[in-house]
Design a binder for this molecule. Structure first.
Ligand code: FE2
Ligand code: FE2
Length: 482
């Protein structure tokens, strides 16, 4: 087994998988490449294809120092195929094949299931680029614009990662799936993306930050569980993707954090004590905290739907087969087979929310979702620290998992953000307190005026603590082409 850490950039398609010696896959990727570029030009960042962007490109899969930074026009970004290093003697870490050597080829009996997992993951990658394509025009700074584009090119690379697996391991139907990934469109009525949250609009920058905080974090959880896979090429691919994903969540978390910070600072400077005095807070040119809370409620609840039904035989099958594990599977102390274990699941029983023990195997989605919630909760805690430091009296909260759901146990229930079950009439009456209204959206859009002068930031967001690649505050992260 070859083990290449450095990436070959002499090739048209940079890679560390010895593509030049794999003619069949190289040809398949080369014939897919022009369609990908057409897709990028049609659906990638609108209006900035000619601009020079200070981007990082992976030059190695060594976790320490894999990136190099330079100005690049996005269509010329070197999207490549990068797998984390092969681990000698790796065994299937869970399911009924626990302890057997991992597979380097697709096990015939799991082919359809595995292909579906890869296609679903692959579909989310271009979807988010499509959702975010208009945002460059309203970027609150060049720093933020650059971060958006960095996320976009890396989501493009994640699509390459999944397409490589499809073309290398799934023959003709893999190639067809790879084409389909370029044909679906976020929000389209006749050919939508596969998952709900990836068809929602991302109309403004706070939405983008919330998306990166919540939805890219779902991406992290999915990649973490696929990184456990007994199908070794999938595991290695996902392990490298996770190193890129960390930056996406950084963008989301610091974006929301800087928004919160700016709001609190403006309130303090103006002597405003009441965070709920929305009119006066907004008059300062910042986003009031209750509206930020509503945005969090919306994006968290939409993202929870991506975890699927709490109790799921599909999830059980993927676990049993050794294809998709749990978050940090190898660090969990149990038999990794879950034949007789149970896991508590929140359910609606006689109109009430109850915790019911279910077979752990069918509750795999619930468990991943719980791990996700814990991860989100820590982020919310850090936002509250920012608020606390400014002395403003307000606490952001993660809404209850039953709130505003469209999939699973709570889809027909009406649950408040703090977890009370109410009737439909009461929910309808209070909806505008829980979720952003059209007027809230209009207000946010009205603030998101573009700022393209180096070192300057829009009124509603604080500057970052440090620059990307340690660049100084005045650094021109994007040289915008006229
Ligand atoms: Fe991604
Ligand atoms: Fe991402």
């Amino acid at each position: 087994m070859n083990d290449i850490i450095d990436v070959d950039y002499r090739e048209k398609i940079p890679n560390n998988v010895n593509l030049s010696e794999d003619r069949r896959v190289l040809r398949a990727l080369e014939s897919w490449h022009p369609g990908y570029l057409d897709w990028w030009k049609d659906m990638g960042p609108e209006g900035f294809q000619e601009s020079l962007v200070y981007l990082r490109t992976a030059v190695s899969v060594d976790p320490k120092g894999w990136a190099k930074f330079d100005y690049v026009k996005m269509p010329e970004y070197r999207w490549g195929i990068l797998l984390a290093p092969h681990e000698e003697g790796r065994t299937v870490p869970f399911g009924k094949h626990y302890g057997e050597p991992v597979w380097q080829e697709v096990p015939g009996e799991y082919r359809a299931l595995l292909r579906r997992l890869i296609v679903i993951q692959g579909d989310t990658e271009p979807a988010s680029v499509e959702q975010q394509r208009h945002l460059g025009k309203t970027a609150p700074s060049l720093y933020d614009m650059r971060n958006l584009f960095q996320v976009n090119v890396e989501e493009g690379r994640h699509l390459w990662a999944m397409v490589y697996l499809l073309q290398k391991y799934f023959g003709r139907d893999g190639r067809e799936e790879a084409e389909e990934l370029l044909r679906r469109r976020s929000g389209s009525t006749d050919k939508p993306r596969m998952l709900g949250a990836f068809n929602e609009a991302t109309p403004d920058w706070l939405s983008f930050f919330c998306f990166s905080f919540f939805t890219d974090r779902d991406g992290k959880m999915q990649l973490e569980s696929l990184a456990q896979s007994g199908f070794d090429p999938l595991s290695r691919t996902c392990r490298f993707m996770l190193t890129e994903e960390a930056h996406h969540m950084f963008v989301g978390e610091t974006g929301i954090g800087r928004t919160v910070q700016r709001t609190c600072e403006a309130m303090k400077a103006a002597g405003l004590e009441d965070p709920h005095d929305i009119e006066r807070v907004r008059a300062l040119g910042v986003i009031d905290l209750p509206t930020i809370q509503k945005k969090l409620n919306l994006h968290y609840s939409l993202t929870l739907d991506l975890f699927g039904s709490e109790v799921s035989t599909n999830a059980a099958n993927a676990f049993n087969a050794g294809l998709k594990g749990r978050f940090r599977e190898t660090a969990i102390e149990d038999d990794h087979k879950l034949e007789s274990a149970t896991y508590p699941v929140l359910k609606m029983v006689d109109g009430q929310i109850r915790r019911i023990d279910e077979p752990a195997l069918t509750a795999i989605n619930m468990r991943l979702r719980d791990d996700y919630t814990g991860d989100c909760q820590k982020g919310i805690g850090r936002f509250n620290k920012i608020i606390e430091r400014t002395g403003v009296q307000f606490e952001l909260k993660l809404s209850h998992v039953g709130f505003h759901r469209h999939i699973g146990e709570f889809r027909d229930a009406h649950v408040t953000p703090d977890g009370r079950v109410i009737d439909k009439a009461a929910w309808d009456k209070n909806r505008d307190k829980y979720l952003p209204t059209a007027a809230d959206g209009d207000f946010i859009v009205s603030l998101t005026k573009p700022v393209a002068e180096p070192g300057k930031f829009a009124s509603w967001i604080a500057p970052p603590k440090v620059g990307i690649d340690n660049r100084p505050g005045e650094f021109e992260y994007v040289k915008i082409a006229a």
